[in-house]
Design a protein. Structure first.
Length: 117
């Protein structure tokens, strides 16, 4: 069976806001690609980073740790929001209480509004 990409990422910029769209599964096998995509997006020094997990089918604890690490790395230097609308993404975030730490939105438009300022 041929190996397939378990994760795809793309970054778009809109008014100095980087939107990192992720699809597939975020787990130990794909976390290096996820973290590299975050680093690439932040290298452009956006005023905010939105990680869009709308198309993510599975979010493992490694992915949650990467989101928290990104939140801590950015600190107050830029806005940070996570789009997680489905049970595969919003449920683990809520169960771990990270919705109290991360700015959680149900759409990219809502996330953009939350980081605008």
């Amino acid at each position: 069976m041929p190996a397939k990409d378990l994760i795809t990422t793309s970054v778009s910029y809109d008014d100095d806001v980087a939107v990192l769209a992720v699809s597939g599964e975020i787990d130990l096998a794909t976390i290096p690609a996820f973290e590299a995509a975050i680093a690439d997006a932040l290298a452009q020094r956006p005023k905010a980073l939105i990680v869009d997990l709308s198309a993510v089918d599975f979010l493992a604890s490694a992915g949650l740790q990467a989101l928290v690490a990104t939140h801590e790395k950015i600190g107050g230097s830029a806005g940070f929001a996570v789009v997680a609308d489905g049970p595969a993404t919003s449920r683990p975030i809520q169960l771990t209480g990270l919705d109290q730490v991360l700015s959680l939105s149900s759409s990219v438009a809502e996330a953009k509004a939350s980081v605008a300022g």
